[in-house]
Design a protein around this ligand. Structure first.
Ligand SMILES: *[C@@H]1O[C@H](CO)[C@@H](O)[C@H](O)[C@H]1NC(C)=O
Ligand SMILES: *[C@@H]1O[C@H](CO)[C@@H](O)[C@H](O)[C@H]1NC(C)=O
Length: 250
């Protein structure tokens, strides 16, 4: 799938994120699913026909990664982001950019060394600051996806902000990246990464519902969309029911 198509998809997802789904169903179908009933605002009228499904816990996925590792970028851009676009209702994603970095306490300030050098440390820091300052996953993930899918991860921050988070001030992010705030936030990422059990021995390192196994990791990297659909214990969203969606998008 091309980067441009993904970007368009992201834009569509973001712009559509706030609006209600459209009610373009014939009357005979209005009570045929809870989702349609909500879209058409006839939940009350439909309760006799349809019981609201029990909400289930979202499938949680934690990604421990570093900004320039090719396999990390590949997973984020070709699996995680497109799956999230389709299944964000039933997923809870945590990103921890740090990976195989090392830290040292140099007179009270943390110094970081990254596997792919200084640019990777900068990329990790930018993404960490984006998460802190944009707060909502829906707001920062498209920016991080945009950076990771671009030719140069760190050079594209301004362009990616302009497209995906135009209200955000570049200066605010830069201040975090170069200041004490970013330093503290990255130390926290180091602590989270060092606390992994079992400890990570490669990146990307994936936890599914808090657990890491080789099998879960392999499945996530090869067929994340299917895995999330299968693991979700609540009523499957339409994207999961429509077998075509997966082959079309992934
Ligand atoms: C998502 O995961 C975070 C971190 O693990 C957790 O604090 C939060 O409660 C989870 N949210 C949902 C809706 O499960
Ligand atoms: C870092 O080093 C400073 C002094 O160089 C020390 O005061 C501080 O306690 C150290 N912090 C940690 C977490 O080790």
């Amino acid at each position: 799938m091309s980067r441009w198509l993904l970007a368009a998809l992201a834009l569509w997802a973001v712009s559509g994120g706030d609006s209600l789904p459209a009610c373009n169903y014939p009357p005979r179908l209005l009570c045929s699913s809870w989702k349609i009933a909500v879209a058409c605002q006839v939940e009350k009228q439909c309760t006799n026909f349809y019981h609201r499904p029990q909400a289930a816990d979202p499938v949680s996925l934690s990604l421990y990664y570093e900004s320039l590792c090719p396999a990390c970028r590949g997973f984020l851009v070709t699996q995680l982001f497109p799956t999230w676009v389709m299944l964000n209702d039933i997923m809870n994603i945590t990103l921890v950019p740090y990976g195989n970095a090392q830290e040292k306490n140099v007179s009270g300030k943390w110094q970081f060394e990254c596997q792919h050098g200084e640019p990777e440390c900068k990329g990790n820091m930018i993404e960490t600051c984006l998460m802190y300052q944009l707060k909502d996953f829906d707001r920062f993930f498209p920016v991080i996806f945009c950076m990771e899918s671009a030719g140069s991860v760190v050079e594209n921050l301004a362009a990616c902000l302009q497209v995906y988070a135009p209200a955000t001030q570049l200066a605010e992010i830069t201040a975090c990246v170069t200041g004490d705030l970013g330093n503290k936030l990255m130390h926290h990422n180091a602590q989270l990464t060092d606390a992994l059990n079992p400890p990570h021995n490669y990146v990307p390192w994936i936890l599914v519902n808090g657990k890491h196994t080789d099998a879960l990791q392999e499945r996530a990297q090869s067929a994340l969309f299917k895995m999330v659909c299968e693991m979700y214990t609540g009523e499957k969203p339409d994207a999961c029911k429509d077998g075509g969606a997966e082959s079309q998008f992934l």
